[in-house]
Design a binder for this molecule. Sequence first.
Ligand SMILES: Cc1ncc(COP(=O)(O)O)c(C=O)c1O
Length: 410
Amino acid sequence: MADDLFNSFMNGPDENGRFGDFGGRFVSETLMPLILDLQAEYDKAKTDETFWAEMDDLWEHYVGRPSPLYHAERMTEELGGAKIYMKRDELNHTGAHKINNVLGQIILARRMGKKRIIAETGAGQHGVATATVCAKFGLKCVVYMGAHDVERQAPNVFRMRLLGAEIVPVTSGRGTLKDAMNDALRDWVTNVRDTFYCIGTVAGPHPYPAMVRDFQAIIGKEVRTQMETAEGRLPDTLVAAIGGGSNAMGLFFPFLDDKSVNIVGVEAGGKGVNEKMEHCASLTGGRPGVLHGNRTYLLQDDDGQILEGFSISAGLDYPGIGPEHAWLHDIGRAQYVSITDVEALAAFQKCCQLEGIIPALEPSHALAHVMKIAPTLPKDHIICMNMCGRGDKDIFTVARALGFEMGEFA
Ligand SMILES: Cc1ncc(COP(=O)(O)O)c(C=O)c1O
């Protein structure tokens, strides 16, 4: 299924892990041998049919792929313009797209003989997916999670514990995803021998951004086939939310060569893209710098210190963005916009009411952008948005934002 992903001329990065001026491998000497081992293992796996056969089998029988492509009829009618499709990756086992990538990395870890898996998590979906696959294969799992996220994503913290993972709350910085990733990298340097670092998005040093993208590209590959069946042609516009950018790269990548397809990434605009940086829109409101082993757009102050950023959505609360997105932005192949917390909350509610789907707050950002553009487009324009996670984890956050107290939901 995944075999022809590697023939595209858009198949960056170069041999140094660069997407144009972005990406690369900015790591300490201690980490370099580990990164090179991983790259060698992944290079072997890419063309190994038995690797992809194992992936395809697990995607189908464990994750439940292919996920449906769903025509959101009432949403389309209500907005009165473009025809809206949702790629239902929230129906995957564990409730989000994160498991697509985790399976690939854990199969690599097993091939490399690693017995201890570490991961960082923001919304907890990557942590839950990693804890799940570690339980399935009997591997030790340690998840670094910002203390602030431990609090606001409590249901996922308990899920990870049930699955046997050790959770390490991170109190440095503002206690969010960036801080969790810093501590996970520190752990990896300290435990070089038996540990595999399973990164949850298209960030980190090469080969992670390309490798995670390749595993998530199953999303866009399926959309191509499903759209062909449903409409007999390609979609006109693709829309996806961006934290680090993995669900978006997964949807976008198989369409990069199709110039007729508009590609839109949606960043978290928080309280509005302003000078107080109360948002997480790294492309819209940041500038290039180096973080977590790669060069990309970052929220930073005049001295290059990383700023914390803000979003109601724990999964979008990252002050950087995957380097391939930075490149697609600069060469103009994709457009990047931002959506505020208030707009995302409105889209969240509309989706519940019109489609009977409770979305995660992350794809609610993508949907809010769809709600902005659909009425301005003709009825024969096809939009496909990535419904990359379900909203169970977010109901308490949404309840608070809508002014409910606990126990007052009735
Ligand atoms: C449901 C969901 N969507 C999106 C994201 C953002 O990650 P990415 O941009 O890598 O897809 C997260 C991160 O936790 C998530 O849980």
